[in-house]
Design a protein around this ligand. Structure first.
Ligand code: GLC
Length: 472
């Protein structure tokens, strides 16, 4: 089975969020299970490991009525073949996204993926596109390549990592930028906009999302950002497969970024050493208080407003808070201010530093993830792997990966309603649990023993690919 996995980011080359983690780890698991899975992504200026790439060829790609240069580079990383599509005008920029011409940059990328197939000996059985940045690929496949023998049998899967970002623009870009004429505009048109994600949902053979619960939630307007009507119509091709994490990389036994190593049997000493280092790093009081941490983008859907409401209350309960992340200015300044007012009790770093994130996963006791919505969420799984007990709201992948420990099973603390009161109550239970000196290590051990590897989910992906390949 040959699968081309298309993503706008992939670890370890370039990543800004969970998509990069998935594109860096799922293909590796698929290759291990015998699938010839290859990844294609843009060649960004800011990318790591640029010196490992080798040039294959170059060709031109239609962008509206114009034609643009595209270089094709490749490299093998941990058994996976990566292709990189190069155009300095589009990708030689300071960051991955957030430019006035993102529609054009990713229309180019989506079209270049199709053109690239003329220049490689790789004809996929399935093209798996991810999020809006690659959503036009299946649209282009159907409009401009289907009639060619090489492309006629290719099946398509579109995976939604977050329905909030759909690639929505004015209709005027369709002809000029996307090269989609008036006759075909209806494929990508939705609610009076050009909507890339809508196009992919319309034409792909399968639409998947990153947890079973989220696959149900996005049929509801509260979660769907306007796409629930369309998804309900197309429900027969929608499914949810829970993400895994790269357990080789996120491994407290070998992680070079943390000061002491440990596993599910030796965590008591190991975590204590990591906690000591974290206390020093953030200048916290070394008094045995539970450290509650957040590693997150500071944006609305992560539930930061709930944390704002309960933060002072948590501190009064003797909890210490550590926050790493950046995002909306109002949240950043709230946490900076909180840190200034509570020396020794609160540690804040505005920004994102991957090694520091790992030191927090290892050194904290409790991990906070009260998301309003969460398609999958990886941090709660990483936290479990490092023996840090998650407090989560029961939504999306959080609901599918964390069970409340109230009944003596479970791996965390779960609350249902999106309310500050319920979050506060769950945090209070976690803090009480922490002080139970016999019960807590049992919980930590159980959390560390959860299997969040890709083993199970990679099998579900293979089954999904087999199903689409059997479609007529
Ligand atoms: C997005 C989602 C997150 C998910 C990740 C990987 O970042 O917001 O919940 O874990 O994609 O699928």
């Amino acid at each position: 089975m040959r699968v081309l996995f298309c993503a706008s980011e992939a670890n370890p080359f370039a990543a800004s969020g969970g998509l990069g983690d998935v594109a860096g780890s799922l293909p590796k698991a698929l290759v291990r299970s015998g699938v010839d899975c290859r990844v294609v992504m843009p060649l960004y200026e800011t990318m790591k490991y640029r010196d490992r790439l080798s040039f294959v060829t170059n060709f031109s790609v239609p962008v509206g009525w114009r034609s643009q240069y595209c270089g094709l580079f490749t490299c093998e990383y941990e058994g996976v073949t990566f292709y990189f599509l190069d155009n300095e005008y589009y990708f030689k920029r300071g960051s991955l996204y957030g430019f006035y011409d993102d529609a054009e940059r990713f229309a180019f990328f989506s079209r270049a993926i199709m053109e690239m197939l003329f220049y490689t000996d790789f004809t996929p059985d399935v093209i798996n596109c991810n999020d809006w940045q690659t959503a036009l690929t299946p649209v282009y496949l159907n409009l401009y390549y289907r009639h060619l023998d090489k492309f006629s049998r290719i099946k398509t899967v579109f995976t939604i990592h977050n329905i909030q970002y759909q690639g929505k623009y004015g209709l005027d870009i369709l002809e000029e930028i996307c090269g989609i004429g008036r006759k075909d505009a209806h494929i990508v048109e939705y609610d009076g906009c050009a909507n890339f994600m809508k196009g992919a949902i319309e034409v792909s053979d399968r639409v998947s999302t990153v947890s079973p619960t989220y696959a149900g939630e996005i049929l509801d307007p509260w979660f769907s950002h306007g796409l629930d009507g369309l998804l309900r119509q197309r429900q027969h091709k929608l499914c949810g497969i829970l993400n895994g994490i790269d357990v080789d990389s996120y491994n407290p036994e070998t992680d070079p970024n943390i000061p002491a190593h440990y596993n599910a049997d030796t965590f008591q000493e190991g975590k204590l050493a990591c906690k000591k280092q974290l206390i020093e790093r953030f200048g916290l009081d070394d008094d045995g208080s539970p450290i509650m941490a957040m590693v997150t983008r500071l944006v609305g859907h992560k539930g930061v407003d709930l944390v704002k409401s309960v933060a002072e209350g948590l501190l009064q309960q003797g909890i210490q808070l550590v926050v790493l992340g950046n995002g909306e200015y109002a949240y950043e300044s709230f946490f900076s201010d909180l840190c200034g007012r509570h020396p020794g009790r609160v540690g804040v770093y505005i920004g994102f530093v991957p090694p520091l994130a790992r030191q927090i996963y290892a050194g904290a006791d409790i991990f906070l993830m009260p998301s309003k919505s969460e398609p999958c969420g990886l941090a709660q799984m990483v936290a479990c792997r490092y023996g840090t007990i998650p407090v989560v709201r029961a939504t999306g992948g959080l609901r599918d990966s964390i069970q409340d420990s109230g009944d003596g099973k479970g791996n965390g603390f779960v609350f249902q309603q999106y309310s500050a009161h319920d979050l506060y109550e769950a945090c209070w239970r976690a803090k009480e649990g922490y002080w139970q000196k016999e019960g807590w290590p049992v919980l930590v051990k159980r959390a560390m023993q959860c299997d969040f590897s890709w083993n199970v989910s990679a099998r579900s992906y293979v089954e999904m690919y087999e199903q689409v390949m059997n479609l007529w």
